[in-house]
Design a binder for this molecule. Sequence first.
Ligand code: SAH
Ligand code: SF4
Ligand code: F3S
Length: 473
Amino acid sequence: MRSEININEIEANKQKEIMERLRIRITDKSKELGRPLTYCSVCFGCQMNAKDSEKLEGILETIGYVRSESEDADFLIMNTCTVRENANLRVYGRLGQLKKYKKKNPDMIIALCGCMMQESLVVEKIKQSYRHVDIIFGTHNVFKLAELIENKLNSKGMIIDIWEGTTEIVEDLPSERKYDFKCGVNIMFGCNNFCTYCIVPYVRGRERSRKPEDIIAEIKNLVADGVVEVMLLGQNVNSYGKNLDNPISFAQLLEQVEAVEGLQRIRFMTSHPKDLSDELIAVMAKSKKICKHLHLPMQSGSTKVLADMNRRYTKEDYLALVDKIKTAIPDISLTTDIIVGFPTETEEDFNETLDVVRRVRFDSAFTFIYSKRTGTPAATMEFASTEEQIKERFDCLLKEVQDIAKETCSKDQGQVLEVLVEGVDEQDASLLTGRLSNNILVHFPGDESLIGTFQNVKLNEAKGFYYLGERVE
Ligand code: SAH
Ligand code: SF4
Ligand code: F3S
């Protein structure tokens, strides 16, 4: 193991040296132009991708690029998602638009990375039809961005560097945080579950956990830097630590995170129901810092469909787990993901899904129409229903989850609860937006200086998915 640590340290140092060289080159270029060089970072997909984008932005800022929200920048990086077909289509649409910027500014560099780039068919298509792209890399070598930029500046062609997988976790590179007071922290990468509909294990590789000491050190640094809330990130946090040299459970990791002084709130994503342990429920129930929110993707309520999805739990297992959680943590807010129209789903199976939704009464549910991902086992399954039937089911489910969520989310009306103030309300600048422990938002009058602080707020009016409130001293 020692040699692996050294390889990672050597790699991090190499990247830092390249960043220094690039910084000089970029400073020279901006002197020549009489203006700073800008970068624009676009991110699709989940929190894992958002976290990767923060790392990419950290590297870009370190080498001297200045952030811009406009795609008309000197360096544009698009971090892509391929979980559903429409995520891909959005990227191709945007890419077409970029051609005109590159015509105006031939020195512009366009880089593509993320999950979509791990698919060879995608890379082939870009090589053929989108020649204006300069750099393509994947999910395993985000830490190499500086090296890829340097390669690009030294050569004319398209730079392509996609890794099939990796065992490396390169620590200690810069990261540009989106918020001062809260931050995502990777605890593991990849996924071993191979749900039959899902592309993630193919594009993110096998499960790798970071060492607890690295995670805790990162969180302590973040806290010293003003962070009060962390979101621990992994595709399946409940299997954290199993493949470490010194195995440790996710619940044990949470206890270590809880002990970090100055840290006030802990969130995590995502929990797979099959691995959610009694130990975790017990740790959550007694914790002062873990938020009262659990995202527990159910995908389907039909035991048959769940088996076809390779989820490895039944409808009854899921309901029993929810009961256990609600008994141990009565004020928990439960949210979920549901797929409608999985190939083998019939009307009867869908009714099982509705049944679970009605029994659990989720605070919110992300609902998706099944999207075929080439290369996954479900892609070759025959459809038991027509597109029209699936669309009808989707509309019906959406209405049901929204009606229930409106009621469930209103249950704390009239109470005074603590929020972490996250920013100014996007719709009304006289209001602030705060987040309750259970993840629901509250809008209330207040001054910008409160951003990043905890405030007690009276929840005056439930508006369905959020509250209007007022601050109480
Ligand atoms: N690791 C997480 C989910 C990551 S993907 C978990 O297992 O819970 C986020 C969500 O996208 C999934 O929960 C699923 O509901 C949805 N999803 C994944 N693949 C999909 C597909 N092929 N079609 C439609 N929805 C999909
Ligand atoms: Fe995809 Fe399943 Fe892994 Fe989640 S657990 S990322 S749905 S394969
Ligand atoms: Fe998308 Fe990749 Fe996340 S496919 S959902 S960005 S892991």
